[in-house]
Each structure stands twice: as structure tokens, then as C-alpha cells.
Design a protein around this ligand. Structure first.
Ligand code: CP
Ligand code: NVA
Length: 253
């Protein structure tokens, strides 16, 4: 499997590399600047050639269109390992974590608080597909633009309303890769959306805290919640490996 990283990664890189190896495959990691894409080779030619060498292609990049274009021309499955718009492999691991903790996903309430980013978009899509209720609380100007059919996804600017009765509270970084130029204004507008102990109190007594990582304790989540007994964050990180191996078995085996 070719694993193309045009942006940094800890979890995605290691979990895919280990997962492919555990499945008996060979991961080929390619970083930005290491292929002829960086010298103008077209995505079309890149996809046509890689399809002759590998069983699947994973890519982490900024523009979502890049993944789509690669998939249009590739004869092998293309896996989105994060774009500015979506992070589906993360959401698969998140649903696995919720299933481990609560059993059936149907009817669970997941509350996401923070920036309406790629992680929020993927949770809305996968959560709704799994029959969950997904409440997303963001500042109005950072509301996800994605619209998901059905009444199971609600968008609000009130984090406490979103957290009410939730089985899980979820947050992500305030400054995503590519958003560095707006870091100061993002930090100001997201200040009321921190996942802290008070917000967790609004959720169900058995509620867990989730974060896709990397975390910035004191910013989008308190250290007390991140490292506390209601945190499922480390299981969630481990589940990247298991969920992606299942995905590859489905796509390639
Ligand atoms: N959650 C996640 O995708 O982490 P990395 O950016 O470290 O891969
Ligand atoms: N929203 C974050 C997720 C990192 C895994 C980003 O895109 O940087």
C-alpha cells in the first residue's frame, strides 16, 4: 500500500504502517517532496502508475479534490487519510470506541464541541449513518458547511445544549493544519467551546470524553478531562489501528 503524506502525522502514519504490515502487506510511505508530484507530474499519471504497483493508495493532503482526482484515475482503492474537509478513518475508530463502551450505536448521542472542521464533518456523516444523534456546537462563523440528511444531526452555537444528555463529548484542535494564519482569531472565538469538567457534568453520568489528538491541554480540552477517568482518548487512538485493518480487509482482501 502506498501511503502519501503531504501533511504531518503521528497516529495515521504509524497505525497504517503497522496495520498494513500486520495484514501481511508492505507499506510504502511517501512524503511531500519525495515524488514527482512535487515537480508537476499529474495526479492522473501518478494514479495510473501507482495502480500497477500497489493494492491500495492512502493519501493525506489539504484539498479534498486531490483525493477525488486520485480516486477517479486509480484502479485500486484510494483511502482518505485526512483532507481539510474530511477525516473518515478517524471517525471509523471513534465509532468503534463508542461501540466498545456502549454496545449498540443506534440512539447514542455524540456531542462535538469546537471548530466545525474535517473531524466534525466526518462525525456528522458517519454518526448519522450509524443511527446516532450528533450535536455539533461551534461558533456561528465556524459552523460546518456540510449538510447531512435527516434530523439526527443538529448544529448549534451553545456547547451546553449540545452536551445535555450526551453519551460522549468530543473535541478537536482549535487550529487545524492549514488554518495557522487564522490561529489568533480562532483561539478567541473558540474559548467558550473548551471541553472541561463543567461541560462533562452536563452529559450523562456514564459519558466519556473523546479527542482525535494531537491535543493541546488547557486549550480545547483541560488536562483533567484528557487524562481523567472518563477519558477514552487512548483507546480511541489505539482503535485507529484496528478500524483501519478492518477497512483494508474489506477493500483489498
Ligand atoms: N488523529 C490523527 O489523525 O492524528 P495524526 O495527525 O497524528 O495522524
Ligand atoms: N482537525 C485536525 C485534525 C488532526 C488529526 C487537522 O486537520 O489538523
Amino acid at each position: 500500500m502506498a501511503l502519501i503524506f503531504e501533511r504531518p502525522s503521528t497516529r495515521t502514519r504509524v497505525s497504517f504502517e503497522v496495520g498494513v504490515t500486520e495484514l501481511g502487506g508492505h507499506p510504502v510511505v511517501l512524503r511531500e517532496g519525495e515524488t514527482q508530484l512535487s515537480r508537476g507530474e499529474s495526479l492522473r499519471d501518478f494514479a495510473l502508475v501507482l495502480s500497477r504497483f500497489v493494492a491500495a493508495i492512502g493519501i493525506r493532503t489539504g484539498p479534498h479534490r486531490t483525493v477525488e482526482e486520485l480516486a477517479e484515475h486509480s484502479a485500486v482503492p484510494v483511502v482518505n487519510m485526512l483532507t481539510s474537509e474530511h477525516h473518515p478513518c478517524q471517525a471509523l475508530a471513534d465509532l468503534l470506541t463508542l461501540r466498545e463502551r456502549f454496545g449498540d450505536l443506534r440512539g447514542l448521542k455524540l456531542a462535538y464541541v469546537g471548530d466545525g472542521n474535517n473531524v466534525a464533518n466526518s462525525l456528522m456523516l458517519l454518526g448519522a449513518a450509524a443511527g446516532m444523534e450528533v450535536a455539533v456546537a461551534t461558533p456561528e462563523e465556524r459552523r460546518p458547511s456540510l449538510s447531512v440528511d435527516g434530523a439526527s444531526v443538529t448544529l448549534t452555537s451553545d456547547p451546553e445544549a449540545a452536551a445535555e444528555g450526551a453519551h460522549a463529548l468530543y473535541t478537536d484542535v482549535w487550529v487545524s493544519m492549514g488554518d495557522e494564519a487564522s490561529a489568533a482569531s480562532l483561539r478567541t472565538s473558540l474559548e467558550p467551546y473548551r471541553l472541561d469538567e463543567a461541560l462533562l457534568e452536563r452529559a450523562r453520568p456514564e459519558a466519556i470524553a473523546l479527542h482525535c489528538l494531537p491535543a493541546h491541554p488547557g486549550e480545547e480540552i483541560t488536562a483533567g478531562v484528557l487524562y481523567g477517568e472518563r477519558s477514552a482518548v487512548w483507546d480511541q487512538a489505539e482503535n485507529r489501528l484496528h478500524a483501519q485493518k478492518a477497512l483494508l480487509e474489506l477493500l483489498v482482501a
